[in-house]
Structure formats: structure tokens, C-alpha cells
Design a protein around this ligand. Structure first.
Ligand code: NAD
Ligand code: DAU
Length: 352
């Protein structure tokens, strides 16, 4: 196994922490550098089990800080990037689109420029892997599936910022020959999911006997994938993907929101030893999200055909594993909802 020095941005976030864990454990000869600003969504608690490994390093840094990115590339002689750092929550993007444009567009552009500057004399063995989202395709008609050639049609400030970053990645491949690859995944769920997103929010609210907010009529459809399956797909694409290509990632697992909420309530009743129907009484229909995309549905056949990747965790198993994890990690949930960990970072990383 040849040695690689891979900068993973956003490695302290939900998906990033699973990618870091997979790479650190699976590739002991690689050096994994986790570059993360530790925003509200970044949490080093997510990586306690790998933080002492010899092939893992954490660099607290902002992708908007070009100078620090360049120093980090130089210091670690980076030859691969897996770029996950982003503002990721659609609802927040409706309130603060500028922050999304800054982090997701300018931040991505910064890393592209640093990679190009650092690697341009010899691109062999280098790869800039950009983690994007199925949301850049907009909303899917009934019976339609997003393929890699589906036109980009972002409809929220979040997806517009991700689509723009995708275009910059393609432009650097086309204009400067930077070896790039992009993947676009559907909705993830699993351990360490921040409880502003639907599934962990529902679990947290049930545990606190709070209403379960369902936007609009609950008829929107999402295509759910267990986060470890996403991390394995990223591994497959990093090692087997073709330079310049885009890969869709998904598990053919569409759920109407209200059906998912009811299913989760049923499982929570079982786990908490409550009478069936108890948690569902907390369901509350609320005002719809502005511009709420009706349906996402991924066609992952290109990825499966080219790399052999397949999802391994069914939704029934994955959701139960997720619930079990949250029930066993109530302290983690309490910390992230009270912001106790942010307080800790302010003290620990003063001035950076
Ligand atoms: P997340 O919000 O849980 O984590 C984002 C991470 O990025 C955090 O650790 C945060 O501290 C870090 N970060 C934010 N701004 C930064 C900056 N300026 N500099 C350095 N680090 C910064 O996000 P997630 O859900 O894990 O998503 C990760 C990536 O995957 C994102 O690019 C997202 O668009 C994409 N994605 C997410 C999903 C999903 O269902 N969550 C699906 C498809 C694609
Ligand atoms: O499709 C991939 C995308 O999935 C990622 O790119 C995003 O980063 C990620 O946040 C996710 O976006 P969604 O907007 O689909 O996820 P969210 O968990 O916010 O919402 C899932 C669905 O549930 C969506 O239709 C909105 C609805 N919803 C959400 C919340 C938070 C509710 O009905 N009530 C809620 O309280």
C-alpha cells in the first residue's frame, strides 16, 4: 500500500468523522490530516476513538484562511484532498445565505487554488475529491432519477452554493488540469448526526417529550443512506473513481417524510418500552420550509458499475442502529444541544 497524505476538510462533522475513522483504521500507511474550523457542527468528540492513532493529525483551521491552508499543505506535503467542510443545513441557508456562499463557494475555491499551486508541477498521484450533494439537481419528478447528466438546478441557497462549488471544481479540472472527482450523495443518517437534521432531531425531541415538527403535509420524499455506506462509497471513489468524473451515491431508499416519522416513532416506542402510538402523538404539522424540494431520488448505477460499491445497511437495520447509538450516547446529545463543547473549544483553542 503506497503512502498517501490526505487532507480531509470538515472531518469533525457528521459525515467527515465517519470518513476520517474509516481511512485512519483501514489505511495505517496513510497520513490523515483532519482540517476543521470546529463550527457549531464540528465536534472532536466524534473522533475520540481515533484521535491517538499514529496516522491521524488534527489541524484547527478555516478553509477561508488561504495562508493557513497553504501552510498546512506545505507542512504535511498533502497529495490528496477529500473536501467535506461546508455549511450543510438548508434551513440555516434560508436565514444566512452569505455565510453559505462564503464557506461553500469561496472556501472550496481557496482549497482548489492551494492544491493547484502546490501540485501543478506534477499532478501524478494527486487527487482533489469534492463531496457534493444530490440537492444540486433540484427536485425530481415522480418516476425520475437523478443521474450524473441530470441538469444542475439548485433551488435553495445551500444547494446553490454547493452547485457553484461543483462548477469551480470542474473549471479547475478543465482549465488547469487539476485531477478532480466529485460525488453527489443523497440524505445520510447515523451516529453523530447533528440534531438540527430530521432524524436526530426527532430522536432528541422524543427523548425530551417535545413536539415532532413535520414541515407542510409531510409528503416530501428523501432517499436515505446509512452514513457508513456513504463513507465506503467515498473510499471506493477516492481509490477507483476516474479523474474528471462525477459519481452519484444513493441506496434506492425513498421515504415520504411522514412515513419515516411514523416508522421512527414506532421504533422509539419499542425501544423506550412505551405503548405503540405514544411517540406519534407528538407529531405536529408546522409551516413548510420555503422552496421545499419535493423529492430527491438518486440513480447510483454508474458508481456500482465502475467500483463495485453497494450499500450494506438496510434502512430498518440502520435506523435501529442509529436509535441505539443515540440512546447509548445521551451525554453527546446533551453536549451538542447545550453547546457545552463549543465553550470547551473557545478555551482550548484561544486565538485560532
Ligand atoms: P456537518 O455540518 O455535520 O459538518 C460540516 C463540517 O465542516 C463541520 O465539522 C464544520 O466544523 C466544518 N466546517 C464548516 N465551515 C468550515 C470552514 N470554514 N473551515 C473548515 N471547516 C469548516 O456536515 P455533514 O452533514 O457532515 O456534510 C459534510 C459534507 O457532505 C458537506 O459538504 C455536505 O454538503 C455534504 N453532504 C451531506 C449530506 C447529508 O445528508 N448530511 C448528504 C450529501 C452531501
Ligand atoms: O440530500 C442531501 C442533503 O440532505 C444534504 O446535502 C444536506 O446537507 C442535508 O442536510 C440533507 O438535507 P435535507 O434538507 O433533505 O435534510 P433535513 O434533515 O433538514 O430534512 C429532511 C426532510 O425532513 C426535508 O424534507 C425537510 C423535513 N423536515 C426537516 C426538519 C429539520 C421536517 O419535516 N421537519 C424538520 O424539523
Amino acid at each position: 500500500m503506497s503512502e498517501r497524505k490526505i487532507l480531509i476538510t470538515g472531518g469533525a462533522g457528521f459525515i467527515g468523522s465517519h470518513v476520517v475513522r474509516l481511512f485512519v483504521n483501514k489505511y495505517p500507511a496513510y497520513k490523515i490530516i483532519n482540517y476543521d474550523k470546529l463550527t457549531y457542527a464540528g465536534n472532536l468528540e466524534n473522533l475520540r476513538d481515533v484521535e491517538d492513532k499514529a496516522n491521524y493529525t488534527f489541524e484547527k483551521g478555516d478553509i477561508l484562511d488561504l495562508e493557513h491552508l497553504l501552510q498546512t499543505f506545505t507542512k504535511h506535503d498533502v497529495d490528496g484532498v477529500i473536501h467535506l467542510a461546508a455549511e450543510s443545513h438548508v434551513d440555516r441557508s434560508l436565514h444566512n445565505p452569505n455565510e453559505f456562499a462564503a464557506t461553500n463557494i469561496i472556501g472550496t475555491l481557496n482549497i482548489l487554488r492551494v492544491a493547484q499551486t502546490f501540485w501543478h508541477e506534477d499532478y501524478r498521484g494527486k487527487l482533489f475529491y469534492h463531496i457534493s450533494t444530490d440537492e444540486v439537481y433540484g427536485t425530481a419528478e415522480h418516476g425520475q432519477y437523478f443521474t450524473e447528466t441530470t441538469p444542475i438546478d439548485p433551488r435553495s441557497p445551500y444547494s446553490a452554493s454547493k452547485a457553484s462549488s461543483d462548477h469551480f471544481v470542474s473549471a479547475f479540472n478543465n482549465s488547469f488540469g487539476l485531477p478532480t472527482v466529485i460525488s453527489r450523495c443523497s440524505n445520510n443518517y447515523g451516529p453523530y448526526h447533528f440534531p438540527e437534521k430530521l432524524i436526530p432531531l426527532l430522536i432528541n425531541n422524543i427523548l425530551n417529550d417535545k413536539p415532532l415538527p413535520v414541515y407542510g403535509k409531510g409528503e416530501n420524499i428523501r432517499d436515505w443512506l446509512y452514513v457508513e455506506d456513504h463513507a465506503r462509497a467515498i473510499d471506493a471513489i477516492f481509490h477507483k473513481g476516474k479523474v474528471g468524473e462525477v459519481y452519484n451515491i444513493g441506496g434506492n431508499n425513498e421515504w415520504k417524510n411522514i412515513d419515516l416519522v411514523n416508522f421512527l416513532c414506532h421504533l422509539m416506542d419499542q425501544k423506550l418500552g412505551k405503548e405503540d402510538g405514544t411517540c406519534a402523538k407528538l407529531i405536529t404539522y408546522v409551516k413548510d420550509r420555503a422552496g421545499h424540494d419535493l423529492r430527491y431520488a438518486i440513480d447510483p448505477s454508474k458508481l456500482i458499475g465502475e467500483t463495485g460499491w453497494r450499500p450494506e445497511v438496510s434502512f430498518e437495520v440502520g435506523l435501529e442502529k442509529t436509535i441505539d447509538w443515540f440512546l447509548a450516547n445521551k451525554e453527546w446529545l446533551r453536549n451538542v444541544t447545550t453547546g457545552a463543547y463549543l465553550q470547551y473549544y473557545t478555551t482550548m483553542y484561544q486565538g485560532r
